[in-house]
Write a protein that binds this ligand. Structure first.
Ligand code: PLP
Ligand code: COI
Length: 353
């Protein structure tokens, strides 16, 4: 892929002080167009700028769009690393297939990420717990109000120096198990990373926030009985010594952190079960003292301990609302690999320089 690079002549000041999540953007962005009959073309890196689209652009009306999320880390050795970007490239195409967006060559996805991160590598924050969040996305740009797949698209990558996703950092979060609204059903697009899934989740998230919980844990859309995933992360439990997580069933996102945590836990000798977990099973395990830990996994959330789970009138306090030993060890290991503090025997990290 030939990438034309135009650098800014007016670099912005870098942020100082505590970084939040997703509020500050770097000096450059990657862009590439798709046109039916021509394929993906005009790969370029330009100064960060607003984009201009016709009000009839299809993305505004029927939500034909996808996004990804990954991070670049500045290691303790000064090297820049990505975490399994080839999995984001593959998931992009799984999402694209579901949304009738054209396939994007996976090597081009990775090359584009590497190129734009290299141009803005001075923006990768170095403080403990920080990274450069990378947000690739594709939008449908045809000027047309009919319901059909667009024939033109824009692929864009923007970068955001970020700190912890949750205000509380590594302190355990409280999670609301939603018993009214549902997010996705099998055959729908729950497994895809597309805006519509997140739009569908907002109403329950607002309700959960109003009640003092930070995120929503979704139940399956049919029986409303089985645990699915959280708003921005997959969910794991440690029950009676075993690591348990919902199986991939088409309605949850196949998280890259989820996949990595399973591999790491197995390498430590844990029995890991990917299966259906009912909310009743959790309540019973809690009553029997077997629900030892609960944590979420995600690129933005990393490993996020859950200290409180609410379902209707049941409020389960897990591990005294403290981070458990497995959650802490996983956080240290995953971030240790990302920041180059521990040797990567899993083959997860990709150096950029
Ligand atoms: N589930 C949802 C709904 C998400 O938005 C995310 C975040 O990307 C995840 C799970 C975790 O996926 P990953 O570990 O690939 O970031
Ligand atoms: C990520 O972890 O990369 C995500 O996409 C979560 C996001 C919805 C904030």
């Amino acid at each position: 892929m030939d990438i034309k690079i135009t650098k800014t002549t007016t670099p912005k000041a870098k942020p100082t002080g505590k970084l939040g999540f997703g509020k500050v953007f770097t000096d450059h962005m990657f862009m590439m167009n798709y046109t039916e009959g021509k394929g993906w073309h005009d790969a370029r890196i330009e100064p960060y700028h607003p984009i201009s689209l016709d009000p009839s652009a299809m993305v505004f009306h029927y939500g034909q769009e996808m996004f990804e999320g990954l991070k670049a880390y500045c290691g303790v050795d000064g090297k820049v690393r990505l975490f399994r970007p080839e999995m984001n490239a593959k998931r992009t195409n799984d999402t694209n297939k579901r949304l009738c967006i054209p396939q994007l060559p996976e090597e081009d996805f990775v090359e584009a990420v590497k190129a734009v991160v290299s141009v803005d590598k001075d923006w990768i924050p170095k403080e403990d717990g920080t990274s450069l969040y990378i947000r690739p996305f594709i939008i449908a740009t045809d000027e047309f109000l009919g319901v059909a797949p667009s024939k033109t698209y824009l692929f864009i990558i923007i970068l955001s120096p970020s700190g912890a996703y949750y205000e509380s950092g590594l302190a355990p979060v409280g999670i609301w198990i939603e018993d009214d609204y549902v997010r996705a059903v099998k055959g729908g697009m729950g497994f895809a990373k597309t805006g519509g899934n997140y739009a569908a989740s907002l109403i329950a998230q607002v309700k959960a926030h109003d009640d003092g919980y930070s995120q929503v844990l979704w139940l399956d859309g049919v029986e409303r009985k089985y645990i699915e995933e959280v708003g921005a992360m997959n969910i794991f439990f440690k029950i009676g010594g075993k690591v348990v997580t919902p199986m991939l069933n088409g309605s949850i996102l196949p998280g890259i952190t989820r996949n990595s945590v399973i591999e790491v836990c197995k390498s430590w000798g844990y029995e890991v079960e990917e299966r259906k977990i009912s909310v009743d099973e959790l309540i019973a395990a809690q009553k029997e003292g077997k629900l030892e830990e609960c944590f979420g996994t995600g690129t933005a959330a990393v490993i996020s301990p859950v200290g409180k789970l609410r379902y209707k009138d049941d409020v389960m306090i897990i591990n005294n609302n403290e981070i458990g030993p497995l959650s802490q060890k996983l956080y240290d290991t995953i971030t240790g690999l990302q920041w180059g503090k521990i040797e990567d025997t899993f083959g997860f990290v990709m150096n950029i320089d």
